[in-house]
Design a protein around this ligand. Structure first.
Ligand code: HEM
Length: 248
């Protein structure tokens, strides 16, 4: 009876939300043969992104984006907050892991030729994601407000200043003034925890919609085997692919 009521409620919900179709599209879609561990790198990147978001929300509860207190607030997290050092370490190492994973994922996509038709847009959105991930790393680096963070950001923003024509404008925009100082820290903090995460969520969603819509590409080896099998079935002298006007 209870079971039936449960099912009744799920049906009621499904008729309104269509969640079963959405679940099937995401979790029950078919994937090509011959996939290996390298094909999990995109999902691994997604996992680390979620981890970064959760640990980042926790850190934001205690962090103060103000040059007078930023470093002390980090010390407070390290020494007085329950699980603070663990969560800060997860966020710290997660940032590096995300950069490494996103590069490996990109290399997999490149060497398996997965960027080709019809996945060009998935690749272009991926390139935007790559820059957003790097920008997250750059803006996050300043936040502990110690010597290393200060000078790394000074050097980084100096490099931006060397861009022809618009360099000094961009440098001023990033720093909020002529040098890295009082206005730079809240600026980097806002970009790190509001602007960039919003853009990342937007572009990751678009990326995943494209991945689900187009399906995962068949690995080159499996595609070659499929083609050979297909051609072996074709009448002698003319391959089936040639009959259908398919090149290559
Ligand atoms: C935040 C960064 C990123 C996340 C979370 C992400 C996530 C994913 C996921 C979950 C998949 C499906 C599983 C897989 O193929 O591994 C995927 C596929 C794909 N990604 Fe990414 N990705 C990111 C960055 C990039 C970058 C930097 C590129 C390239 C410049 C890229 C290009 C692609 C392409 C072309 C596919 C389709 C692969 C295929 O069909 O075989 N992605 N991505």
């Amino acid at each position: 009876m209870k079971e039936e009521r449960g099912r009744g409620f799920r049906n009621w919900l499904d008729q309104r939300l269509g969640y079963r179709a959405a679940w099937a599209a995401v979790f029950e879609r078919s994937i090509p043969e011959g996939l290996n561990w390298a094909y999990t790198l995109g999902s691994a990147t997604l996992f680390v992104f979620i981890l970064q978001a959760l640990t980042g929300i926790f850190l934001a509860l205690y962090y103060t984006p103000n040059p007078d207190n930023a470093w002390q607030s980090i010390q407070f997290i390290e020494n007085h907050v329950a699980f603070g050092p663990m969560i800060r370490s997860l966020h710290h190492w997660g940032a590096s892991a995300m950069v490494v994973l996103v590069f490996l994922h990109m290399l997999r996509v490149y060497f398996m030729g997965s960027f080709k038709y019809p996945r060009e847009l998935t690749w272009i959105v991926g390139v935007i994601l790559l820059f957003l991930v790097l920008a997250m790393g750059f803006t996050g680096y300043l936040l502990p407000w110690d010597e290393k963070a200060y000078w790394a950001t000074t050097v980084g923003t100096n490099m931006v200043g060397a861009v022809p024509f618009v360099g000094s404008f961009l440098e001023g925009l990033l720093r909020g003034g002529p040098s890295v100082g009082v206005l730079t820290l809240p600026r980097f903090y806002a970009v790190h925890m509001l602007f960039l995460p919003a853009l990342l969520v937007l572009f990751i969603t678009l990326h995943l919609v494209l991945v689900i819509r187009l399906g995962i590409s068949t690995p080159p080896k499996a595609a070659r085997q499929e083609r050979l099998m297909y051609e072996n079935r074709a009448p002698v002298g003319r391959s089936a692919a040639a009959q259908r006007g398919v090149r290559g």
